[in-house]
Design a protein around this ligand. Structure first.
Ligand code: FES
Length: 134
């Protein structure tokens, strides 16, 4: 192998009928979040990375079923230790989407099954549906 030349990485092994690749794990800086599947002005999902682990959620707050971020990819508190809905300040655990503070305390973000396959972040093509606004 030539020094400085990257060895080609194998592509993710996908079930093309049911799965989709969002990005490479390396595209999400460790300790940060990133939105995906933009539709109109909002990302439909977001992914939080902690080391080699990722957590994926619908970008829909259980308080009013609206997007969480105040600007692109801003889903986390400044210290990066939890998820924030910037509409009314609800705060959620990264690992399970549980709301521990705010107007929807005790509710959860809608999680999306996510896996890492050969360095790619993979989710199902069919996403859960957020509850209809009341
Ligand atoms: S819509 Fe998220 S806290 Fe109100």
């Amino acid at each position: 192998m030539v020094p400085g030349r990257l060895k080609p990485r194998p592509a993710a092994v996908l079930d093309n009928d049911t799965e989709q690749v969002l990005c490479r794990l390396d595209d999400i800086p460790d300790g940060h979040a990133k939105g995906f599947l933009r539709e109109h002005n909002d990302d439909r999902v977001f992914v939080v990375r902690r080391g080699g682990e990722v957590f994926a959620y619908l970008n829909s707050c259980p308080h009013n079923w609206r997007p969480l971020e105040y600007r692109h990819d801003q889903f986390l508190a400044p210290r990066g230790d939890h998820i924030v809905c910037y509409a009314h300040g609800a705060r959620f655990r990264i690992e399970d989407g549980f709301c521990f503070l705010g107007p929807c305390t005790g509710e959860r973000l809608i999680g999306i099954p996510v896996r890492i396959d050969n360095g790619s972040v993979v989710i199902p093509k069919t996403l859960p549906t957020p509850a209809a606004p009341a």
